[in-house]
Design a binder for this molecule. Structure first.
Ligand code: 6PG
Length: 464
């Protein structure tokens, strides 16, 4: 009998099942089309002994030890509900269903309610690390009831990445907490990828070859920017397309896809009265990238705007570092607001800890981030943690220079500019919202608070 089952043998599902098998667990596997299930077993080599291929839902459920634990790894949305609907009649109360896809946390909250009302247990689990991570050790963000997690904790910890021996997996909070944290992880991932793409754009405008850029990203990966995304950027830039002999990046259409997690981060941030402007800039840039023909026309119409942006390598490195810190900071503030709103009591230091290895946004910064969060963030702001005040003080000037020359040259840097504007807005004790309040009161008698008196409900002389 199998300890756990995985249904959905796509790239991620198969990799997770093999990871479990590799860690010595007996795993029942299932896919809508059984051919794929058998393909996975055929390709599993020595691990096939730990896999039980099941062609039908009935076989799949029958292959599992009771109480059963079933991992669903199918595309988010309708497919998850369909798989649940197919399994439900075959499962018993007390059985555990785990959605390990990139679900919208609102749906996870709904499913938790529905399934728990029927006596099932349910976990919404974020898994990060791409295919390789899923196969050898992802970062795993668990949400749901703690009692539902207990029976699978050993499996989840065993298959997760380890940071100096500490499993990058943990229970983070009830219902949608795991999927929310994964969504924000992806939002930070979007921002970081966009920031890197903007640096690439600046280097390109300076006439650097892809080889030169690969070497530079490789060098940056040895310093403060050390991270998975900088590392793979160096590799990607160095890759040659075997068919054309050209750098692979030069033959890829500049039109970025997105499955929704970046957008959800922005939407949820806005709903919570928060700002995730670096993520918003990244989502927007992906959307704008779709208008290929429109962009070609706009380039023809406004061609004289573009010129080469001069920014030194050191400035670019420091600019990326500052903007990355601000991106993480926005993400953590959003998590803190969500935790308050949904009463999750999220341990943000633990979140940062389980991001230190296995996931896409793992970086040298995360160890310091978790230490700073553990020590307590002033006003829930990473940028105010002493270690980050120092880092930003040393790097923001470079971000300012890079954004300045890029804007002057007509080189788009939406995420860098968003990071800088956020930073500049936050570091002013007195901003300009007093004028907004005056305008609101003028046209709508919305009232304001005064600096020189207690209370609220004051109006300007125009109200008379
Ligand atoms: C991860 C990734 C992973 C996936 C996202 C990206 O943490 O392993 O974030 O979940 O790459 O689906 O989503 P987009 O297709 O929206 O870029």
């Amino acid at each position: 009998m199998a300890r756990i089952g995985v249904t959905g043998m796509g790239t991620m599902g198969a990799a997770l099942a093999l990871n479990m098998a590799d860690n010595g667990f007996q795993v029942a596997i299932h896919n809508r089309s059984p051919e794929r299930t058998h393909e996975v077993v055929a390709e599993a080599g020595g691990l096939s002994g730990n896999l039980t291929p099941c062609d039908t839902n009935e076989d799949f459920v029958a292959a599992l030890d009771s109480p059963r634990a079933v991992v669903i790894m199918v595309p988010a949305g309708g497919p998850v509900d369909q798989v649940i609907a197919g399994l439900e009649p075959l499962l018993d109360p007390g059985d555990l269903i785990i959605d390990a896809g990139n679900a919208d946390f609102n749906e996870t909250r709904r499913r938790t309610k529905e399934l728990e009302a029927k006596g099932f247990r349910f976990l919404g689990v974020g898994v990060s690390g791409g295919e390789e991570g899923a196969r050898i050790g992802p970062s795993i963000m668990v949400g749901g009831s703690q009692s539902a997690y207990a029976p699978v904790k050993d499996i989840i910890e065993a298959i997760s990445a380890k940071f100096k021996g500490d499993p990058c997996a943990d229970w983070l909070g009830p219902d949608g907490a795991g999927h929310f944290v994964k969504t924000v992880h992806n939002g930070i991932e979007y921002a970081d990828m966009q920031l890197i793409a903007e640096a690439y754009g600046i280097l390109q405008s300076q006439g650097r070859t892809t080889d030169e850029m690969a070497a530079l990203f490789g060098k940056w990966n040895q310093g403060a920017l050390q991270s998975y995304l900088i590392e793979i950027t160096a590799e990607v830039l160095a890759a040659i397309d075997p068919e054309s002999g050209k750098p692979v990046v030069d033959i890829i259409l500049d039109k970025a896809g997105q499955k929704g997690t970046g957008r959800w981060t922005v939407i949820e941030a806005l709903k919570l009265g928060q700002s995730a402007t670096t993520v918003e800039a990244a989502v927007a840039a992906r959307s704008w990238s779709a208008g290929l023909e429109m962009r070609a026309s706009a380039e023809a119409a406004f061609a004289d705007v573009a010129s080469v942006a001069m920014a030194s390598e050191d400035d670019l490195e420091q600019a990326l570092l500052a903007a990355r810190i601000i991106g993480y900071s926005q993400g953590l503030s959003l998590l803190s607001a969500a935790s308050d709103e949904f009463e999750w009591s999220l341990d943000l230091a633990r979140v940062a800890e389980i991001w230190r290895a296995g996931c896409i946004i793992r970086s040298a910064l995360l160890d310091d981030i978790s230490a700073s969060v553990r020590a307590g963030l002033p006003h829930d702001q990473l940028i105010l943690a002493p270690a980050f005040v120092e880092r930003l003080s040393n790097s923001v000037a470079a971000l300012r220079r890079v954004v300045g020359v890029a804007i002057q040259a007509g080189q788009p840097v939406p995420a860098m500019a968003a990071a800088l504007s956020y930073f500049d807005t936050l570091r002013r004790a007195r901003g300009t919202a007093n004028l907004i309040q005056a305008q609101r009161d003028f046209f709508g008698r919305h009232s304001f608070e005064r600096l020189d008196r207690d209370g609220s409900g004051f109006h300007g002389p125009w109200a008379d």
